[in-house]
Design a protein around this ligand. Sequence first.
Ligand code: NAP
Length: 252
Amino acid sequence: MTPGAPDPLSGRVAFVAGASRGIGATVARHLAAAGASVAVAARSEVLGKLPGTIGSVAAQINDAGGQALPVACDVTSESSVQNAVDATVAEFGGIDILVANAGVLWLGPIETTPLKRWQLCLDVNLTGVFLVTRAVIPHVRARGGGSLIAVTTTGVGMTDSGANAYWVSKAAAERLYLGLAADLRGDNVAVNCLSPSRVVLTEGWQAGGAGMQIPPEMVEPPEAMGRAAVLLATQDASGITGTVQRSEELTP
Ligand code: NAP
C-alpha cells in the first residue's frame, strides 16, 4: 500500500473460505490490511494436527488493527455455509468480496486413487466453491457489485502431465467461474480465478504434496497471493472479469 493513500478496500466486507492457515490466512491478512472487514471461515475452531485456527487468524488481524470475525464453516455443508454467511452479514452488514480458497490436495494417479479421495476433492474443491458462491451472490448483488475469486491451480492446464482428482476438480471450478462472470456482468460483479504462479509451501502442501521435492526457484512466497487477491478484490464488472490469473503475473 502507498503510504498516505486511502485503503483500497475500506468499507468492504470479504468472506475468505479456507482461512485458518496457508494461503487463505495470508489472503485474509492482506485484505484486512487493505481496509476490508474479513470473515475468516474454515472448520478449525480448535488446534488440530495442522497449525492455525479461525480464531488465531482473526485475532492476529484484530491485534494488527484490522477487523476480522472467525466463522466456523465446512464448505461441503450447505447449512454450515449458510450459517457462516449469515453470521458475516449480521456482524458486518453485507458481503462485497468472496475468496473461495478452501481446498484439499490429492495428486495420486487415477488408477490408484481411492473413491473417497476422488469424492473429497470434488466435494471441497468444486461443490464447496459452488456452495459458498451461491450463498454470497445475493449479498454481493445487493451491494451493487463486488468481486468473486476462486483459487485454482496451474495444474489445470498441465494435460501433458497426467490426470488427478485435484486438477480435475479445479478445472471444473474454473469452468464454473468463467461462465459465472458472464452471468453476473449485469450485476456489476467481477468473477475471476487466481492461482499461485509457483508452489507455495503451505501446511497443506507439505502434508499432501506427495513427498515432492520442490526446487527453490519453483517456490513462491505466500504474500504474492495476498497482493494479487487484493488487486482482484478491488475489481467490479467494469474491470478485470472472466479471467484466470496467476499471482506473480498479476502483481509482479
Ligand atoms: P492448506 O494449507 O491445506 O489450507 C487449506 C485451507 O482450506 C485451510 O484453511 C482448511 O481449513 C481449509 N479447508 C479444507 N477443507 C475445508 C472444508 N471442508 N471447509 C472449509 N475449509 C476447508 O492449503 P493451501 O496450500 O493454503 O491452499 C489453499 C488453496 O490454494 C487451495 O484451494 C489450493 O488448492 C490452492 N493452491 C495451492 C497451491 C500451493 O502451492 N500451496 C498451488 C495452487 C493452488 P480447515 O482445515 O480449518 O477447515
